[in-house]
Design a protein around this ligand. Structure first.
Ligand code: ARG
Length: 461
């Protein structure tokens, strides 16, 4: 059975359905460059342990280099008979350097410690790419915030008009979860930077090899403390999957808002042609598909996380073949985010905001009622009383179909004698926004500082 790593004790090859079930080359091929790098490190360690002569090492490294080039160019691909990427690459090496030298590479290692190491290497790189894509979204949000430093909008709670805020404040609010996601990716990397190589199948290696040397050569901070744990744990993959899913969830909240904002009922934004799609039947349509696909794919990433956790649940130590199911969900979450992130970045960067429309709606729904209550508190009125009086202002204004600023002097004093005409000073959107000038608040100065701090964080992440 060509390409098999374990023929010796078998008189028969696998049944076709067995081989089909077992096969992973259609997805684990992305590990090939990492597998070859690790094989080079392993060959050097074999040489250091006196298990591979200097000329054989030379031959093997040269063969591995040629194999890497052939994998990269697509000249070398998985054969029908290859079970997984590891077996295929051994076949490729033996094709290039012959069985006498090529057959020595596998000493002291197992596919169990190999795959656990290679998956970590792949994921650490992938997470760096995803992090950089997330920071691009943050950059786009920050640039839009900078372009609209004083535009007001209705801030909402429960989807109901709440208090006016700056558009820039709202856009920056979406950067914070994303920055925390990037920090979570960094945290993941600290724990993923431990190499299982040298753990063998589960018990460790007896050949005097150096796991520490391989770990250092492959860019890990250290080698595993415990070979059983190293070959059988995938919490690093679950941790990354959570952060990938969390990132999607955070993006989906922005996406949901962009979908609403682009409807004529809101009229807050127009989407750029390049980042929207049309309808095959309704000629007038311009659809927010980037945002909808973000929302939709978020379900998929949540599924990938929960699927992986279900695969890991209750697996006894050490390696079980169940673990072959660990890679596809993680690969998929990364692939989906790599599609989404540049598209959302483009969508956000090109949003055209209709700030007049947003400013007009900012006071609608009596969003300045809190400002009346807080003005009364500054006049020495207890907040309970002030809240009642401001509520009465809303009731009177609503009954008469006017805004709070249009209440007459008589109407105001009838509600509470403390409500002098001066209260109208705070009954503007600008006044309300400017008054929220404590750290974190929506005043122009605060928001400008918040934006600078976001930019500074991006620069060091
Ligand atoms: N392809 C396997 C995986 O992805 C690694 C091979 C381990 N196979 C084995 N029979 N021990 O997990």
């Amino acid at each position: 059975n060509a390409g098999s790593l374990w023929g010796g004790r078998f008189a028969d090859g696998p049944a076709a359905a067995m081989a089909a079930l077992s096969k992973s080359t259609h997805f684990d091929w992305v590990l090939a460059p990492y597998d070859i790098r690790a094989s080079m490190a392993h060959a050097r360690v074999l040489n250091g342990a006196g298990l591979l002569s200097a000329p054989d090492l030379e031959t093997m490294l040269d063969g591995l280099e040629r194999l890497a080039a052939d994998v990269e160019s697509g000249v070398f691909v998985a054969a029908e008979t290859d079970e997984d990427v590891h077996g295929a690459l051994e076949r490729g090496l033996i094709d290039r350097v012959g069985p006498e030298v090529g057959g020595r590479l596998r000493a002291g290692r197992s596919r169990n410690d190999q795959v656990a190491t290679l998956f970590r290497m792949w994921l650490r790189d992938a997470v760096r790419r995803v992090s950089s894509g997330v920071l691009d979204v943050v950059d786009a949000l920050t640039a839009q915030a900078a372009a609209h430093p004083s535009a007001a909008m209705p801030g909402k709670t429960h989807s109901q008009a709440a208090q006016p805020v700056l558009l820039a404040h709202h856009l920056l609010a979406h950067t914070h979860p994303l920055l925390r996601d990037v920090e979570r990716f960094h945290d993941f990397d600290v724990r993923a930077a431990v190499s299982p190589y040298g753990s063998g199948a589960l018990a460790g290696s007896s050949l005097g090899l150096s796991p520490e040397k391989i770990a250092a050569e492959l860019g890990f901070d250290s080698s595993a403390e415990n070979s059983i744990d190293a070959t059988s744990s995938r919490d690093f993959a679950a941790e990354a999957s959570f952060v990938l899913a969390m990132t999607a969830v955070d993006l989906s909240r922005l996406a949901e808002e962009i979908i609403s904002w682009s409807t004529p009922e809101y009229g807050y934004v127009t989407l750029a042609d390049a980042w929207s799609t049309g309808s095959s039947i309704m000629p007038q349509k311009k659809n927010p598909d980037v945002a909808e696909l973000t929302r939709g794919k978020t379900g998929r990433l949540i599924g990938n996380l929960t699927g992986l956790l279900a695969t890991l649940k209750a697996q006894p130590l050490a390696y079980n073949r169940d673990l072959q199911e660990d890679k596809e969900p993680v690969f998929d979450s990364v692939a989906q985010l790599e599609l989404l992130l540049p598209a959302i970045t483009g969508l956000v960067a090109t949003l055209e905001f209709h700030t007049d429309r947003m400013a007009e709606l900012a006071p609608a729904g009596f969003t300045l009622a809190t400002d009346i209550a807080e003005w009364l508190v500054r006049q020495g009125i207890p907040f309970r009383v002030a809240h009642e009086a401001a509520g009465a202002c809303v009731r009177v204004a609503e009954a008469r179909g006017v805004g709070l600023a249009e209440l007459s002097d008589d109407e105001l004093t009838a509600i509470d004698p403390a409500l002098t005409p001066d209260v109208r000073d705070v009954l503007t959107v600008e006044g309300s926004i400017a008054s929220r000038s404590a750290r974190g608040g929506t005043s122009g100065d605060q928001v400008a500082e918040q934006r600078e701090r976001v930019v500074a964080r991006v620069a060091v992440l």
